[in-house]
Structures are given as C-alpha cells and as structure tokens.
Design a protein around this ligand. Structure first.
Ligand SMILES: [Cu+2]
Length: 287
C-alpha cells in the first residue's frame, strides 16, 4: 500500500541521509487526479496534521475546514458542456535552442485548441451556490510529474489540504515553485519552493486555502508551467482536448460556475440543475 504518510517517512529518511537511491519505485502511481464528483470519504471534512521531514517554504501544519461544520451535500445532478476558443488558431511556441538536457521535450502549448475550436486545459468549478457544508477530502493524493522538462498535468484540480505528490522523473534538477496569489506571491498562502535534484524522488506538500489558480514554475527551465485549481469542494473538472467537461454528483440547485484559463482569464456562468438531470453549459473565450 502506497500511503502518503509512508512516502513522507521515506522522504524524511532520504533527507536525513542526504541522498536517495534514485531507483524507481515498483508501485504504480495513483491516479493523476481525483475524478470530479468522486464519492466522499467520511471523516475527512476537517483535516489537521503535520508533514514531518519536509524542508523549504510553505506551511507544514494545516488545519483545513471546520470540524463542527455539517457535511457537504452531494446529489445526482450533472453539469456538462464544451469550452471553445473563437479566435484565430494560436501559433505554436518555438522550441528552445538551449538546455540540451531537454531535447526530448514535447512542448505543451498554453492555447491547446482542437480543429473545431475546443479549448483544452480550462479549469471549471462550482464557485458558489452550494449549501453550507464541508466536503470530505478524496482518499488519494494528486500527482504532479516533472517529465521530459514539462510538468504533467498542465492544469489540475486539488482540494485545499489534499496531499500533492511531486515526482521528478528526469535525470536533472527541477524545482517546484508554487506561487500563491496575493501580496507575498512566493511566501504567502499556497506558496512553496522545493528543489528536486534527484531522479525518481518525490516530495509532498499541501495547499493551504482555495485559490484558482496557483501558478507552478520551474526556475531552471523557464517554460515549465503547471496550474493548480485549489478548491473547497469536489465539483471541478479540466476540459479535455476537445474542450468538453463534466461535473457530476451535485445536489439540485443554482450555481455559479467559474471557467479559468491560463491565458484567457476567468468567465462565469449561472446554471440550475435538478436531481437526476444533466444541464449543459457551453462557453466561448474570444480574443
Ligand atoms: Cu525544470
């Protein structure tokens, strides 16, 4: 069983002896992200804990949620739709001419647009309208990989307080520099900066509070970007390559959805859903 706490313990040892063996773990990594609307795990609405043995910036002690808050409500309603880009086809980024260690890189464009205009990597979530309540954290961590000089995934959702496992799959130094929004971009909430010099090592962190989105950069390779939509409820999705998304398990209600894109900013839409029904919300970003 590959429990986060076990991995943190291994990391502590790793840091204590000053080096890691660099051998790949034989266990399979957990899914890259929890599916939207995944069943909640009882007993995790309020999470308090310490993360031993971790160095660098950011919080090591977290208290997430109100232990006395009612459980967050779920249901059988669904929201689905497509996000499109209506402007001209974006130009591809030029490959870097330096950094020979990154020759295998497959650049991930900021504007990932399908032939019909479908826009990928838009973070969609229920911003408001849910009944008061605290949602249990998903049982699994979220994984962020550094592979062939890119972060994977480019855009992901994570709950405040949910473990983020950062992997360096490359035989070179990367760092994971999370910049929370606000005055102290590199020191405030949701901010940390950890170096990962050794291949096949992992670190764990958590984000402190909901924020869409936290930018993650590598200070060694300036094109490397990932974006974390840090949310307080399980109702989020990232648009697929065709621009489609789906959020399931909602209680009936009227909600404000927010759509966030790294280049195009934010848009909101109102939607009303009823039990057992699917509502469709299509949205376009224009130049
Ligand atoms: Cu890097």
């Amino acid at each position: 069983m590959d429990h986060p706490i076990v991995r943190v313990a291994a990391l502590s040892l790793c840091l204590a002896v000053g080096a890691c063996d660099g051998k790949p773990k034989s266990d399979a990594p957990p899914p890259a992200s929890a599916p939207a609307g995944a069943p909640a795990t009882p007993g995790a609405a309020a999470t308090t804990g310490t993360l031993p043995g971790l160095t660098g910036g950011g919080s090591t002690t977290l208290t997430i949620g109100d232990p006395n808050a009612p459980k967050g409500k779920t249901g059988t309603a669904k929201i689905m739709g497509h996000v499109k880009w209506t402007g001209p086809a974006p130009e591809e980024r030029a490959a870097p001419v330096t950094f020979p260690e990154c020759k295998d890189r497959k650049p991930i464009p900021a504007m990932k647009v399908a032939a019909d205009g479908g826009l990928a990597n838009v973070f969609v979530y229920v911003q408001s309208g849910l009944p008061a309540g605290a949602y249990d954290l998903p049982p699994d961590p979220v994984d962020l990989h550094q592979k062939d000089c890119e972060y994977l995934p480019r855009v992901f959702g994570i709950r405040a307080g949910q473990p983020l496992i950062m992997h360096n799959d490359d035989p070179m130094l990367h760092n994971v520099h999370a910049r929370g929004q606000g005055a102290g971009m590199s020191t405030g909430p949701n901010s940390f900066n950890v170096a990962m010099p050794v291949q096949n090592t992992r670190l764990m962190r958590k984000f402190d509070e909901p924020q869409v989105a936290v930018t993650i950069v590598c200070d060694v390779h300036p094109w490397m970007r990932s974006y974390a939509g840090v949310v307080a409820n399980p109702f989020w999705a990232v648009t697929k390559d065709d621009g489609s998304f789906a959020i399931e398990g909602l209680p009936a209600g009227t909600y404000t959805l927010e759509f966030w894109h790294e280049r195009q900013g934010k848009k909101t839409a109102q939607v009303t859903v009823t039990d057992g029904q699917a509502a469709t919300v299509d949205l376009a970003f224009a130049p």
